[in-house]
Design a protein. Sequence first.
Length: 253
Amino acid sequence: MGFFPPHICSSHFVPGDFVPDSAICSCCKAMNYLYCCGGLLHYLIDGREIRRSIDIVYLLKFLTVKLLLLDNHDSFTFNLLQIIREWGKCSCTVLKAEQLINYDIRDFDKLMISPGPGLPHETPLLLQTIGKAVGHLSVLGVCLGHQAIACYFGGKLRKAKTICHGEVSEVKLTSIISPVFRSIPGRFDVGRYHSWVVDPNDYGSGMQVTAITKNGTIMALQHQHLPVYGVQFHPESIMTPYGAQIVQNWLNM
């Protein structure tokens, strides 16, 4: 049993998960500062005791990944949220773009941009939000979010040759290695819901194509130097068998 009072417990954590030594070290320093006068210092000196009472780490919110899930008024947002909750190692805040005025996006560690209707420039504050995040946060865009990332870096969109609303397509990974697709087969099925695609001839400065369909439609992008990723398909769809793993690969970065 841990020694934290109930009022500071958090439901974000699952005691027993692996905690790296760096996190233990950070925890010790923080706890030493906060509790050196509270009669708990002997717990902090012995790392083995911390591992036996590992809820120390899991009950300190500042050690968690802080994720912002940007909801573009799409029901698929909640499927993405479910994957995040199953991963269970972050604090997730869900906001619509118009609510961001009350937040400093740099208070977060990661930004996930949900699918949504329309085009990126039709969604208020979407491109501005990406601009504030790039260079400070790890970013993953899904469908509309993927298209918005391409547009932010100067890419263009075009009408898809075939409109997809609940279609399954086989995706092939390119020669560009992406951490998003770690341990994912070179070919796999995905669920698609979109009528626009990123132009294969103009997909943005610094962007790399990491997955395509058999006819060359761009299905995934990543930035050459920044932790910015996009997938045109829906990883949260039941039609994407490796979808949860793809999202969790990004979460684990």
